[in-house]
Design a protein around this ligand. Structure first.
Ligand SMILES: [Zn+2]
Length: 154
């Protein structure tokens, strides 16, 4: 059976992440991808059309033998970020340099990841699960709130 070889689990270090685009819009009902234009609505669910954001982040990981790039989707990203993509998006709008700060918070974390190969062999590996290994790991949003909360005083 070939199917079993499409996922691997390994220990890695988070090296870097590209947070210039960290999420995308989908219909909150059917989760079809929507254009970034906030006025565009799902044409399949137009009466109840609302949108939400899901995480999609390019990350560099280092294993003991190599450095490689993966795509981290919503479920795994929530483990690292501790919030929904919407919450992070709103936080980033209000707080300058959120992306840079988040990268600094998460870079160097040791994680156990499950990676799956996409059906299209040329695409990046997908991080389907992530498990932080450090005792006392805190999701990025908690550290961010503390970091920015001190200065805004609210
Ligand atoms: Zn829809």
């Amino acid at each position: 059976m070939e199917g079993d070889k499409t996922t691997t689990t390994m220990m890695c270090t988070l090296l870097a992440m590209d947070l210039t685009t960290f999420s995308y819009r989908v219909c909150s009902l059917c989760e079809r991808t929507l254009p970034e234009d906030p006025t565009s609505l799902c044409s399949f669910c137009n009466f109840n059309a609302r949108s939400k954001r899901l995480f999609r982040i390019l990350m560099s990981l280092a294993s003991d033998t190599k450095v490689f790039t993966v795509i981290c989707f919503d479920r795994a990203a929530k483990v690292l970020f501790g919030c929904s993509a919407d919450e992070f998006f709103d936080f980033a709008k209000l707080h300058p340099f959120t992306a840079d700060t988040t990268s600094r918070i998460l870079e160097g974390e040791m994680v156990k990841v499950t990676l799956s190969k996409p059906k299209n062999g040329n695409a990046h590996l997908r991080m389907s699960q992530v498990f932080p290994l450090r005792t006392g790991f805190r999701p990025a949003i908690e550290t961010l709130k503390e970091f920015y909360g001190v200065r805004s005083g609210c």
